[in-house]
Design a protein around this ligand. Sequence first.
Ligand code: C5P
Length: 229
Amino acid sequence: MTDSFYALVPAAGFGARMGQETPKQYMPLAGRPMIYHALLTLCGNAEITTVFVVLSSEDTLWRTFDWSTFGDKLQPLYCGGQTRAESVLNGLLASELEPEDWVLVHDAARPCLSALQLTRLLDELRNDDVGGLLAVPVADTLKRSDAMQRVEHTESRASLWQAQTPQMFRTGLLVQALQSIPNVTDDASAIEALGLKPKLVSSDTSNFKVTYPQDLQMAELLLQHGNIK
Ligand code: C5P
């Protein structure tokens, strides 16, 4: 049996931490709405059959942009939920993928995903029993604060990783996990709660999540230098 790969991009959030009226996924970045850049990388991978984008049912901005360059490979689904996990689950159910299909869930807010990082994820996980995610070993020293924002103590960073996306699992397993454990901030956490151990696939910090306004400049620099695609 040949494996089938799909991508799903939850983009039904409002990006409250950016403090802007325009939802984060549509904020201008290197001449395009932010989400365009991740879609370019995902649609550009020949092994990925379809890229689903999960939008809020109230989204009025998606159709104001031109997505024709992606053709039929890009499929918007207007079924976003109250949380990221709910948006992912709704999208998986609406996509009508087979339980055995691999799905790569990627945040719209990680525009600097490179073709190389994506290929590494596919290659390291295609024969894996569980699936996994891109991640980076924690580099900074970690401090735990008290209520006065003073250092309570220093945490060991040994064996600690920062989770990124895409996160890649079999569709059936991910649906089961998200239905059983709905309150998670990433897909891997739901899989872990089933007692499974997702694999950490080494990535690098260029695939960071745009969260605060200053992150936009960093992403713009990386995209414009074009050395990460
Ligand atoms: O807000 P945060 O950066 O954690 O969101 C991660 C991703 O989840 C974004 O792509 C955002 O649009 C998406 N999301 C969603 N539905 C929600 C909340 C967030 O699709 N209800």
